[in-house]
Design a protein around this ligand. Structure first.
Ligand code: ADP
Ligand code: MG
Length: 231
């Protein structure tokens, strides 16, 4: 893989949190499917981006300083392009009121529909070493503890076993008439994330995709959010 031959993948990036676009760009280099999206410097550019994406979009604040965007009104799901200018203005106003630093801009992305929301995480445990986590995302994550952990490196069989040990495995297989989710694509995503964590180098402290949408069979997965912490 080209990326494995390029250990400087993090070299040009600053320490601390990366913003969502930077984080997902890193994930995408390792084969992770991410939302189609555009970084926009201002409301006008965000509106143009929404027109270009076509259909309903998601508007987000783009800021290294804001790890939890929806906590401060920084995520709007399901906007038409014509609604974007007002939404940008409202978002900036709320950020100012919350005392947040000036953001890098906006992120405009396709709205993903359907599927099962999962979490993929990576951190360095002081005792154990590099750990990868797969768990239920969204509402399910809040209702019950549902996570699978492994020390890196992992093989594909380990990734498959992680999926199987989750309570969400039943949901992914199609529960009560809901369509089965694309489990092979989820396993691919776990492997891509593990490869990234194993290849990116020691500067990678933490990484998270929350949520990762696992779409119905044959439709793959989509990383909808991303957060990387560098040292
Ligand atoms: P936060 O920084 O608050 O975690 P997210 O980017 O995860 O922000 O967005 C919050 C929630 O909005 C997500 O958990 C997901 O349910 C929904 N969401 C975000 N982006 C999209 C998208 N592109 N398509 C559909 N839903 C989305
Ligand atoms: Mg999130």
């Amino acid at each position: 893989q080209a990326v494995a031959e390029n250990p400087s993948v993090l070299a040009s990036l600053p320490p601390g949190n990366l913003n969502e676009a930077e984080s997902k760009a890193l994930f995408a280099r390792f084969g992770m499917p991410v939302t189609r999206e555009h970084v926009a410097a201002d409301a006008r550019a965000a509106t143009a981006a929404a027109h270009e994406l076509a259909g309903e979009v998601v508007l987000k604040v783009l800021s290294r300083a804001i790890a939890h965007k929806s906590d401060i009104g920084g995520v709007r799901v399901g906007l038409a392009a014509g609604e974007v200018p007002d939404a940008c203005a409202t978002m900036l106003h709320r950020l100012q009121q919350a005392g947040a630093p000036t953001p890098e801009g906006f992120l405009v992305q396709e709205r993903v529909r359907g599927g099962v929301e999962m979490i993929l995480g990576f951190h360095r445990d002081p005792q154990l070493g590099p750990v990868i986590l797969l768990g239920s995302g969204g509402v399910a994550a809040e209702l019950f503890q549902d996570t699978a952990l492994r020390l890196l490196p992992i093989a594909r069989g380990d990734a498959e076993a992680m999926v199987e040990e989750l309570k969400a495995a039943r949901l992914l297989r199609g529960y009560r008439g809901a369509p089965a989710a694309d489990v092979p694509a989820l396993v691919d995503a776990v492997m891509a994330f593990a490869t990234m964590a194993g290849t990116a180098g020691e500067r990678l402290l933490e990484a998270e995709i929350n949520p990762l949408f696992v779409l119905p069979e044959g439709q793959g997965v989509r990383a909808v959010d991303g957060l990387v912490v560098l040292r």
